[in-house]
Design a protein. Structure first.
Length: 182
């Protein structure tokens, strides 16, 4: 009897926060942009847990809890709702569910974005930890998603290691995951 090799896929949450996209007024381009980025960068097999939700703080928070607690997503990327407009509540919803906030992620992403657009200082994206899940807020514009993930992704696999998540490997020639040598 031949033994079967089973490769388990890492669950990754892909959340788009948008009133209009969730109502079908326009196509969600943020979720596919985040997924395309991960396809390019992650060597580890992964599966997408995609969600499209309105700019409603309780709905965003409930979605993040579901992805972290029920689906055990090692990484949850959230696009949209990070600006200064009254309905932009993604950072607050993220803070509602996280046990710890990681300010360096937001700082690095804003710094990288500021090299491209002066309005990057208006962005309020945050990152934090819930259990064994790393949650990262990203801007809603697809080009900004790549800029921000490029700025922080080298640290993502090691962060997931530190919180007890699965080992994430990156593809050679893309972002090199940084792990300190022991």
């Amino acid at each position: 009897m031949a033994s079967e090799v089973v490769t388990s896929e890492v669950a990754v949450g892909i959340v788009t926060v948008s009133d209009r996209a969730s109502q079908g007024v326009y196509e969600d381009r943020g979720g596919p942009a985040m997924a395309a980025y991960l396809e390019r960068v992650l060597a580890t097999p992964w599966r997408r847990e995609a969600r499209l939700v309105p700019d409603e703080r309780p709905v965003i928070a409930a979605t993040l809890r579901e992805l972290a607690d029920e689906h055990r997503c090692a990484l949850i990327l959230v696009t949209g709702g990070t600006g200064p407009a009254p309905r932009d509540v993604t950072p607050e919803a993220t803070e509602d569910v996280c046990e710890r906030i990681l300010p360096g992620f937001g700082e690095a992403m804003r710094t990288a974005s500021l090299r491209e657009v002066p309005t990057a200082i208006l962005s309020r994206q945050v990152a934090g930890i819930r259990g064994q899940s790393l949650i990262i807020n990203l801007p809603g514009k697809p080009a900004a998603i790549d800029t921000c993930l490029d700025a922080v992704f080298a640290a993502v696999p090691y962060c997931v290691d530190l919180i007890g998540g699965p080992r994430l490997e990156t593809r050679p020639g893309t972002i090199e995951a940084f792990r300190p040598r022991s």
